[in-house]
Design a binder for this molecule. Structure first.
Ligand code: ATP
Ligand code: MG
Length: 258
């Protein structure tokens, strides 16, 4: 069964002056898929991700998770669903600056379960090691580098063993090298835990490494490309016309290194 199904999702912001951010989006994301959402600034990517994350309700339309109609539920039920099933990674990681790495990673667990027992602390430590910030276990977040903070945010997104991770520009603030390693880490998590990923990105390198690329234009799905049957060069060429980061001269950039 498909994990996530969107049906006729419309989102209109405002009343007096209204903006139609999504114009009837239908989308099915099977469990374990590693998908990118791309598109021009203002096309509706974050709006779509917020609805997928039940952080915002659509104006019209339905979303089902394993057949369950989510937006029919109360806000409290949605919050419960969110903390038990979804993980979030944002461009700005929203760590608590005065908390150390371990405390930040344990936070979603504490919100969900009240207190962290020994098993939870062990799990948090394992995740922190896995994302490569073990040596910063007891450093406060505001003393970490941007890349380290993003890794802590990734470990935090995993603490409640989410089925789905939603990421909005997870490498938006990182240099190329750190961005590559975060990209590798997300893919490794997808493979190891079979976690579904939906990643909003402007980075064509990230999009090219996904199983599927969904392009949004002006609130609608313009293209829905399965990359699994394409070679790396074909994928790269397919993504050339879309509004990921482009070379200034508009020529097709060289394919990324294998
Ligand atoms: N809270 C809001 N109130 C009113 N309009 C909004 C709100 N959030 C987004 N919009 C509008 O909805 C449209 C889609 O915005 P959205 O943030 O989803 O774009 P995006 O594709 O994520 O862009 P970017 O790549 O710049 O992050 C835009 O026209 C935006 O101005
Ligand atoms: Mg956005």
């Amino acid at each position: 069964m498909a994990d996530i199904e969107l049906e006729g999702i419309r989102k209109v912001y405002g009343t007096a002056i209204s903006t139609v951010a999504l114009r009837g989006v239908d989308l099915t994301v099977p469990a374990g898929e590693y998908a990118a959402i791309i598109g021009r600034s203002g096309s509706g990517k974050s709006t779509l991700l917020n609805i997928l994350g039940t952080l915002d309700r659509p104006t019209e339309g339905r979303m089902r998770f394993e057949g369950r109609d989510l937006f029919a539920a109360s806000d409290d039920k949605l919050a419960e669903f969110r903390s038990g099933t979804l993980g979030f990674i944002f461009q700005f990681h929203y760590l608590l600056p005065e908390f150390n790495t371990l405390e930040n990673v344990l936070l979603p667990y504490r919100i969900r379960h009240g207190r962290a027992d020994g098993a939870a602390v062990r799990r948090a430590k394992e995740l922190i090691e896995k994302v490569g910030v073990g040596p910063r276990m007891y450093n406060r977040a505001n003393n970490l580098s941007g890349g380290e903070q993003q890794r802590v945010a990734i470990a935090r997104s995993l603490i409640n063993a989410p089925r789905v991770i939603l990421a909005d520009e997870p490498t938006g603030n990182l240099d190329t090298e750190t961005s590559e390693s975060v990209k590798g880490l997300l893919r490794a998590i997808n493979r190891e835990f079979k976690t579904t990923f939906i990643i909003v990105t402007h980075d064509r390198h990230i999009a090219a490494g996904c199983d599927r690329v969904i392009e949004i234009e002006d609130g609608s799905i313009k293209r829905d490309l399965s990359t699994s049957e394409l070679s790396r060069d074909e994928t790269w060429a397919e993504l050339a016309p879309c509004n990921c980061r482009e070379r200034e001269d508009g020529r097709l950039p060289a394919a990324p290194p294998a």
